[in-house]
Design a protein. Structure first.
Lengths: 278, 396
């Protein structure tokens, strides 16, 4: 199925609803026979079908890599994502974020914070720009590292499984997206995601999440977070292309995924995680 | 843009997006109302299907209580949705793998079933009123009769068969509806506090005890308001039912909690910290001790001691009120408590209370009150009372 068909599918789905409403209003039983022509008619209406020139989603298998050993916690990725995708400029809504793990001598578990931590927000003196506060300068740190996080675009996404309307779905090229015009805003998917990757978009009153910048990748561009990373800690590409950066990243490293026990089968592959990472 | 959400305060580490609670007090009210529906229907079925004659005085009251609650079950969900106007997307184009998509079908089916059973049960009364009354209300009853004015013995026998059949279908429907609500929580693997195979069963049994308790309260209060004697045998029957089901519910909750802590999977440290600090009052004191242990002790003492008359009625009423409190605390501790334990397993959040607003406490209180306002009107239109009781059973 290509992007055109995805949109056709969406149009057809809405027509079922519209058809039913019309049928009910007319006092006519809404049978499959009466609806079928309406669906077909709507699906072929040319005005409803935008297209992405030169893009065929059946030919791609997108995946994402994170080399946690390279991340320097500069948070350009987080800011770029917010700007690119118009994400609320507050410390409660993120399509991507960065976690900092700091192990201090004499302590059994790592101290963890993200750019959204109130101390870090205070240090950045803005809720829209981010930096990690130098809060451990007086401690004896023996290990510290950063872990970028985002939607894992799982092969078996729990969020898609629970969505009551199918407003969130997995595309043929491996991206989990949300149809904001169809989402009812129940937030069951927010509950179901074990990674905390989803949030409620208060402005649109629907759920929201990372799309790997679907509007960019279908035009041959990189996701905004990958584009701005100064140390190539974030890698993105097509697994169907054996020479792509992501294929090489997965082939050349011993990669792992977050929470494999959930059975979600994430498609964000990590290098350099520690037992503390959740 | 004006901030339209209340961020939560937290300790430890939580994912940044977790600081906004997805579900608030409206989603506490939703399973509570659904539970009352299932529980009240159970009381009705105990008479209609299982022939517990003792419960005759409350059988019809139970049925219309169930109906009144069911009519308002969708309201907390609709108030919660970001786009309530799209709610029917889940019905007309359901996503079959979603438990939530089944709600519209379950609820729709069950409301129709309740309406049908109520119609059959009150048809003779409506026919009588349509004939006797010459005012506008008579016309209303006439419309409600739907052209079916035959109250011959044969017709009433046919009605009885319908009522029996509907009550039988209603048992799995009511309990399925509520077991399914438990499944909505229990099937999520993202939260250890919810992710339990016993969750549907726990929801189901807590539903039954809430419905029985509600009927006890409504029956006794209505008798006092109408200045008619309370049927002690009926109240005692409901008291025994409550006693048995509360003990079984406690057992299930104990097994679930024991299993959760014994397995001790990832994140259990945070759960234990939560349970032994923040949950001590709402869970151990309010839900477990005051809401369940105290009523069991009161009921056990009275049944063992052979208490009767006004004392028995007062004791059972008090126990029922405590059980109603137990179940709403259980719903709160599951829905809100589950979200207070961060998915990271390394942090705890504090639920930000909202009083006003679409999802605030006042809205939830309104939703919870509405069924009883409707019930107080409906009992005037369709009196469910059976006051011809055995004088030996009555108390002042």
């Amino acid at each position: 199925m290509d992007d055109r068909k995805l949109l056709e599918h969406k149009v057809a789905r809405r027509s079922v609803l519209g058809g039913l409403a019309a049928s009910l209003a007319a006092g006519v039983a809404a049978t499959a026979d009466t609806l079928a022509p309406k669906v077909a008619q709507a699906a072929t209406a040319p005005a409803e079908v935008p297209s992405i020139p030169g893009y065929d989603w059946s030919k791609h298998a997108w995946a994402y890599g994170v080399d946690a050993t390279k991340c320097i916690g500069c948070l350009r990725c987080v800011e770029a994502c917010k700007a690119e995708n118009d994400v609320a400029r507050d410390p409660h809504h993120f399509r991507t974020w960065v976690e900092r793990y700091v192990e201090i001598e004499g302590e059994e578990t790592a101290r963890i914070d993200s750019q959204a931590d109130p101390v870090n927000i205070a240090a950045s003196s803005s809720e829209g720009t981010y930096r990690f506060a130098d809060r451990y300068k007086d401690e004896k740190v023996h290990k510290a590292f950063f872990v970028p996080k985002l939607c894992n675009h799982c092969t078996h996404p729990a969020c898609v499984q629970v969505c009551p309307t199918g407003a969130t779905f997995k595309t043929d090229d491996g991206v989990v997206v949300i149809d904001h015009t169809y989402c009812i805003g129940c937030q069951y998917c927010v509950q179901a995601c074990p990674y905390g990757a989803r949030f409620f978009n208060a402005e649109l009153q629907v759920t929201d999440k990372c799309t790997w910048c679907y509007h960019r990748i279908t035009k041959g561009l990189q996701p905004a977070c990958v584009e701005v990373c100064p140390v190539e800690a974030r890698i993105f590409g097509d697994r169907n292309d054996k020479n792509s950066a992501i294929s090489k990243f997965i082939a050349d490293n011993r990669v792992t995924v977050l929470r494999p026990e959930t059975g979600n089968a994430p498609n964000v592959f990590y290098v350099g995680l520690d037992k503390e990472v959740i | 843009m004006e901030q339209q959400f209340l961020p939560a305060v937290y300790t430890g580490f939580v994912y940044p997006n977790e600081t906004v609670f997805p579900w608030g007090v409206l989603i506490v009210v939703y399973p509570y109302l659904t539970g009352l529906v299932a529980g009240a229907f159970t009381v009705s079925s105990l008479y209609q299907v299982f022939g517990l004659r003792q419960l005759r005085p409350v059988a019809h009251l139970a049925l219309i209580t169930s109906l009144c609650c069911m009519i308002f079950v969708p309201s907390p969900l609709l108030l919660h949705l970001g786009h309530a106007e799209r709610a029917f997307n889940a019905v007309f184009t359901p996503h079959w793998s979603s438990a939530m998509a089944m709600f519209g079908y379950f609820a729709g089916f069950y409301i129709i079933l309740l309406l049908l059973e109520t119609w059959f049960v009150f048809r003779p009364y409506m026919v009588e009123q349509a004939t006797l009354r010459k005012d506008w209300l008579g016309k209303v009853y006439n419309i409600f009769c739907l052209g079916s004015h035959d109250v011959s013995e044969k017709a009433l026998a046919a009605d009885k068969k319908w009522i029996f059949a509907l009550a039988i279908i209603g048992i799995p429907s009511a309990h399925g509806l509520h077991g399914y609500v438990g499944f909505i929580f229990g099937s999520l693997k993202s939260r250890e506090w919810w992710s339990s195979d016993l969750m549907p069963l726990i929801f189901l049994f807590s539903a039954i005890i809430s419905g029985v308790a509600l009927l006890i309260v409504i029956y006794i209060v209505s008798c006092k308001l109408r200045r008619v004697p309370v049927d002690v045998a009926c109240v005692k029957g409901m008291g025994y039912t409550l006693w048995g089901f509360v003990m079984f519910t406690l057992l299930l909750e104990g097994v679930e909690f024991g299993s959760l802590t014994y397995k001790g999977r990832e994140g259990i440290d945070m759960i234990l910290l939560f349970v032994t600090t923040r949950l001590v009052i709402p869970f151990f004191v309010l839900q477990f001790t005051i809401g369940a242990v105290v009523p069991i002790l009161i009921l056990s003492f009275m049944f063992w001691h052979g208490t009767t008359g006004r004392r028995l009625v007062t004791g059972i009423l008090l126990s029922a009120l405590l059980v109603l409190f137990n179940v709403i605390m259980m719903r709160f501790n599951v829905v809100i408590g589950g979200q207070e334990i961060a998915k990271t397993g390394k942090g705890l959040l504090y639920f930000p209370w909202e009083i006003f607003g679409r999802e605030g406490v006042l809205a939830a209180a309104g939703v919870l009150t509405a069924p009883f306002v409707l019930l107080s009107l409906l009992v005037r239109l369709l009196p469910p009372w059976h006051d011809e009781i055995d004088p030996d059973h009555a108390t002042a």
